[in-house]
Design a protein around this ligand. Sequence first.
Ligand code: GSH
Length: 205
Amino acid sequence: MKLLYQTHSPYARKALVFAHEVGIADRLEVVHHETSPTRRNEAVFAENPLGKVPVLIRPGLTPIFDSDVICAYLDTLHDGRKLVPPDGEARWQALRIQAVAQGLGDAGIAVRWETVRRPEALRFPPLRDGYTAKLIASYDWLERTLDISPAIHIGHVALATMLGWLEFRELPSFRDGRPRLAAWFDAFDARPSMRATPLSGETHD
Ligand SMILES: N[C@@H](CCC(=O)N[C@@H](CS)C(=O)NCC(=O)O)C(=O)O
């Protein structure tokens, strides 16, 4: 299988870290692509009408996206403990953390548009501030509620890869006044799956 990837995408890294965690990373050929809504990537659009990475190309089958769906699919390809809990309250708790992680990424990208990506004259500070408030509220919520059991799940993978990106892009820090969340992230960040997938590179708009 081929994974359309980007070395500075938290969503793409999430899919690859997930593959490492379930022991099937060696089945993926990772192919870097630059993507941006302002710079069309034809090869990515050919597989995903949203023009975004990650995309998983499966021999003889349709491509799948986005990172949530790719992770759910990869979870069907191994016989170990499932990282997307199949049922019960554990499933909803894991998916809820994943949803917050996805929202952190969306908010972080929005803050970047309003601070560094959009031409300065077109930036809108109230939008920057509104998205920054979502980051802060989510960090505080995670400090209070994150389950830090060693039995990791999809929510943990999504969250660690997103917090790593927020820090990589020097967005408002999740560490200040949140020792529990910071310690959890540092422990997760030391896992071989994270060490094998460092973020690098710049966004090309
Ligand atoms: N919800 C998607 C988000 C994917 C996404 O936003 N990928 C970014 C890279 S970080 C992208 O390709 N952006 C290009 C664009 O927005 O056109 C997922 O979880 O996979």
